[in-house]
Design a protein around this ligand. Sequence first.
Ligand code: TXA
Ligand code: MG
Length: 321
Amino acid sequence: MTDLLPDDLATRRLRPDAGGLRVAADLLRDGGLVAFPTETVYGLGADAGNGRAVAGIYAAKGRPSFNPLIVHVLGSEAAARLAEVSSVAGDLMAAFWPGPLTLVLTAREGAGLSPLVMAGLPTVALRAPAHPVARALLEEVGRPLAAPSANPSGRVSPTTAEHVLGGLSGRIDAVLDGGACAVGLESTILALDPAPRLLRAGGLPVEAIQEALGQEIAADTDPARIAAPGQMASHYAPRGRLRLGAARPEAGEVMLGFGPVPGDLTLSAAGDLAEAAANLFGCLHRLDAMGAERIAVAPIPDRGLGRAINDRLRRAAAPRP
Ligand code: TXA
Ligand code: MG
């Protein structure tokens, strides 16, 4: 299911010194996938502005659906370029960054993030990791990095480079070996809309956040929503009605093409699933902007990233309240 890497490609294990960091940064700038240590767990990193690289994360993890990923930055300045930072968000960053706290904020349009990172949502999850290797890598790359935990879908999060290689060897370009992670538990995720709401309990105790803000924080840890925010009812779907598996448009339909099936716009004229994944949410937004009321979608092969694309299209096509 690796659409981007040949099966026999070896995953490099890099030392977290100047040479290793330079190799890792070059790979990431070229759209590669590099796992790196954070204080919580190892993340599987890709350039958050490169849709194909982000598609590669989903392919390497073997995820059958798209869910939004956490974007890693050095600190509040970089965060403010990507999202709207309210005063509460700023206070939390000052108190807890760098560290195991992720904040879900309204994304800035035109900030250069791939819509696939947010799975089409208007919000972005941002975190500044404290691990010195993660920070050195962010500095060397000079770009925000999307990074979910570096494990195959459905397996436990990795806290050593050995765990990463055990699950993803041959599917990613490299792993920066920074030893064992100190926290061993994913970051705490807080939404600010604008009242703080706990989306995932994690490495930073919620009590510490409550103390810093001087207020109680409502928990929204409904397991169904937290495990799969990509399936929430509020998740992005275009306003138009979708007809899937269409060989050609009927009268009045706007056609979304793929491969040999041409369209008014196309997910990938070359029939490339990674390109289609990278274009998916952008195309859905453009269809809305065009005012498309009825949309025909070309068939997408149900393998590799095609499974996640079809999952999202089926959700978008399902009857809505
Ligand atoms: O400790 C961590 O947070 C690790 C390390 C590598 O930094 N990263 C991690 O990332 O756990 P990830 O991508 O597996 O976490 C993604 C979760 C989603 O499942 C969702 O719960 C939440 O972050 N999330 C991301 N973007 C969101 C958004 N826009 N709205 C709501 N939840 C979001
Ligand atoms: Mg995970």
